[in-house]
Design a protein around this ligand. Structure first.
Ligand code: URA
Length: 239
C-alpha cells in the first residue's frame, strides 16, 4: 500500500474526523514507530508502521464492513437526487470514501444490507456461481400452498426471466421464508408473482452465513466481526 497521511489513515479507521486527529496530534497523543507525530501530513504505510493512539496500537483495517438494517423508503444506492440512500443514513463514524451497498434491496424492502469498500468481496458475494444464499421473509396477499413451494423448488421461468431453483418454507398462510443465491432485479417479488401472489412485505434476514443482528432497529448498523466477514461468503443454506 502507498504511503498515506497519518490523519487520513486514522480517520479511515474511525478514530475521528480529520479535524479530531489534528487536535489529537496537537496534544501529542499519536505516535508512529515510537515517535510522536507533530504534523497531520506526515506519511506512513499503515501495513508496516506501528501506529499508536494514547499508547494503544491501532490494528489497521484496509476495508470497512457494515451491516445495516435498511428501513423501507431508503434506496440501496450511493447517491440519489430525490430519495435518501443507505449512505445518507450511515452514521458519521462509519463514513469514508469508496463505500457502497453490496447488492440492492428495493426501496420498500427492509433488512440486511452490507455496506463496504471491498469490491472483491462484494463481487464474490453477488456472483450466483459462488452460491452465497440470501434468506428473505416475505408476506404475500394469497394463501401459500405446497404447490408454490414445489414451483420455487423446480425453478421459475418467465420467458425473459429465468430463476434458479429456490427454497421456500411456509411459516403461516401468508408468510414464508425464501432462500435464493441470485440477486436479479425484483427477484423474490417476481417469483411470487409467477405463482399468483403479490409481496406486501419483504425483509432480508441473512446473507451467506451471517444473520441480520436482531438488536439493530430499522436504520441502525454495526461493523461485522472478523468471523462474520469470512462467514458472509459461506455457502450455508437450508431453511
Ligand atoms: N427480491 C426482491 O424482489 N426485492 C428485493 O429487494 C430483494 C429481493
Amino acid at each position: 500500500m502507498a504511503l498515506q497521511r497519518i490523519d487520513k489513515i486514522l480517520s479511515s479507521q474511525n478514530i475521528g474526523s480529520r479535524n479530531d486527529i489534528k487536535e489529537m496530534i496537537k496534544k501529542k497523543r499519536i505516535s508512529v514507530d515510537g515517535k510522536i507525530i507533530l504534523k497531520p501530513d506526515e506519511k506512513f504505510d499503515p501495513n508496516i508502521s506501528e501506529i499508536k493512539v494514547d499508547g494503544n496500537i491501532i490494528s489497521f483495517k484496509k476495508y470497512l464492513y457494515v451491516m445495516m438494517n435498511k428501513p423501507s423508503g431508503v434506496l440501496s444506492a450511493t447517491y440519489d437526487k430525490y430519495d435518501k440512500t443507505v449512505l445518507d443514513i450511515l452514521p458519521k463514524e462509519f463514513q469514508r470514501n469508496g463505500l457502497f451497498p453490496a447488492g440492492r434491496l428495493d426501496k420498500d424492502t427492509e433488512g440486511f444490507v452490507l455496506i463496504t469498500d471491498d469490491g472483491e468481496l462484494a463481487h464474490k458475494m453477488l456472483s450466483p456461481k459462488n452460491h452465497v444464499y440470501k434468506l428473505y421473509k416475505a408476506v404475500v396477499d394469497k394463501i401459500l400452498t405446497d404447490e408454490d413451494v414445489h414451483a420455487f423448488e423446480k425453478g421459475i421461468s418467465l420467458g425473459k426471466d429465468d430463476f434458479l431453483p429456490a427454497s421456500m418454507k411456509i411459516l403461516d398462510e401468508h408468510t414464508a421464508l425464501v432462500e435464493i443465491c441470485e440477486g436479479k432485479f425484483h427477484q423474490v417479488k417476481k417469483m411470487f408473482n409467477a405463482v399468483g401472489a403479490n409481496v406486501i412485505y419483504l425483509k432480508r434476514l441473512r446473507i451467506g452465513g451471517v444473520f441480520l443482528d436482531e438488536n439493530l432497529s430499522a436504520g441502525e448498523c454495526r461493523q461485522l466481526t472478523e468471523n462474520e466477514i469470512s462467514d458472509i461468503l459461506s455457502k450455508t443454506h437450508g431453511i
